[in-house]
Design a binder for this molecule. Structure first.
Ligand code: NAP
Length: 368
């Protein structure tokens, strides 16, 4: 199938904006005719926001217009799960036979969907394409970043189980949530004065509990706070975000025997970049130098940071890696629990490898 028309739905959102930036940087817009779809910007003759991507995309199409959607050979959507739930089944039912590339989790565990992270699972993607599959879905952001970071250990079949403790950025919940975090800091900081550090703490703690604090999106204060629950409640006391760690890791890798992955996912007051502390039980005792080599050489995006204080604090932080395709891997050491237990801290820009980049690369794979 020759791909001529590509529709992008959700380009105004957090993932969508990063996708657009990356497509522009990689010259992807020259490969086909693109239509931008929006539910709220409909009909405008290429809004000011669209024009910043340096092209005339024509009028913004209505993301609810089935007829316009059906004309596309490929639909890339970063609009969210509700949109996928509403339009994917109708398009399929009405015989649309294009490729669907999606950032939302809705379809990830469906049989017809392949979770895409090509540096890690290119053979799985190729197999799906050869089988005529048309549905390709980006993985959960923390899962994709973990797989990119410790790919070397998976490839060497060294992992018995993983415990993941995550520190996830506000933008992982979308544009409005990220704006809300900044607004919360603004609300607390306005005219704030105190005679001592203790008084300052009391005032701030009072302000983040105030009903006037902007909290419509998170439902709670994230500024000066931490929220140890992400997504809905799942089974066995897990959050859905925590469940994805196990389910998606094993689907992406198509493991024969499932690798247990579990832990606690927390939202922290970082704007961009998800971090995670991993405890890994190895299948055998392997020298640290060998482990470091496997991690370092697994893919070109691993930024290995030696386990030294100054290097870690300057290079292994959201501030250092926001906006970068590098996936930081550091704090690598054996644990006192035993020689087969490994401590690793890994982080990366969840809007890039955790969301937009696998989608953009999937489109490239289709062209190639
Ligand atoms: P988002 O920022 O909330 O954007 C989704 C849509 O919200 C936009 O396309 C836009 O649609 C509308 N919108 C309303 N108010 C907006 C505002 N103030 N600024 C920008 N857009 C606004 O969602 P997202 O974080 O990009 O996530 C999209 C999908 O990707 C979700 O399914 C999410 O689970 C998944 N995902 C997200 C991340 C992440 O790090 N954020 C990572 C992996 C996967 P209209 O143009 O139609 O108004």
């Amino acid at each position: 199938m020759k791909i001529k028309k590509v529709g992008i739905v959700g380009w105004r959102g957090m993932v969508g904006q990063v996708l657009m930036e990356r497509m522009q940087a990689e010259n992807d817009f020259t490969l086909a005719e693109y239509t931008l779809f929006s539910a709220s910007e409909t009909g405008r003759a290429a809004s000011a926001q669209a024009q910043i991507y340096g092209r005339d995309f024509g009028p913004i199409a209505d993301a609810n217009d089935l007829g316009a959607l059906k004309k596309m050979d490929v639909i890339i959507t970063c609009q969210g799960g509700d949109y996928t739930k509403q339009y994917y089944p109708i398009l399929k039912r009405e015989g649309w036979s294009g490729y669907w590339i999606d950032a939302a989790s809705t379809l990830r565990m469906e049989k017809e969907a392949t979770i895409i992270l090509d540096p890690v699972n290119m053979p799985v993607i190729k197999k799906a394409l050869h089988a005529g599959e048309k549905t390709f879905v980006g993985g959960n952001c923390t899962v994709s970043l973990m797989l990119m970071g410790i790919q070397g250990l998976f490839q060497a079949d060294l992992i018995e189980w993983i415990s993941t403790m995550t520190y996830q950025a506000a933008s992982g919940a979308g544009a409005k949530n990220m704006e809300e975090l900044v607004a919360q800091y603004g609300y607390v900081g306005q005219g704030l004065q105190a005679k001592s550090a203790l008084e300052l703490e009391k005032k701030v703690t009072g302000l983040i509990s105030s009903p006037q604090l902007p909290h419509a999106n998170f439902g709670h204060a994230l500024a000066y706070n931490l929220l140890p629950w992400i997504d809905s409640e799942y089974e066995m006391g897990q959050s859905r975000e925590e469940w994805k760690g196990f389910a998606e890791t094993n689907k992406i890798l198509q493991t024969k025997t499932s690798i247990p992955v579990d832990g606690t996912c927390a939202r922290v007051s970082v704007l961009r970049c998800h971090s995670q502390g991993l405890t890994i039980k190895l299948k055998k005792n392997v020298p640290l130098s060998e482990i470091e080599g496997l991690l370092r050489d697994a893919n070109p995006w691993v930024k290995f940071v030696p386990n030294k204080k100054e290097l870690t604090l300057s290079e292994l932080t959201p501030a250092a890696l926001s906006g970068s395709l590098s996936v930081g891997v550091g704090r690598v050491r054996k644990m006192r629990i035993g020689d087969e237990y490994l401590n690793i801290f890994t982080l990366g820009d969840q809007l890039l490898w955790g969301a937009a980049e696998p989608l953009r690369r999937m489109l490239r794979i289709l062209f190639e």
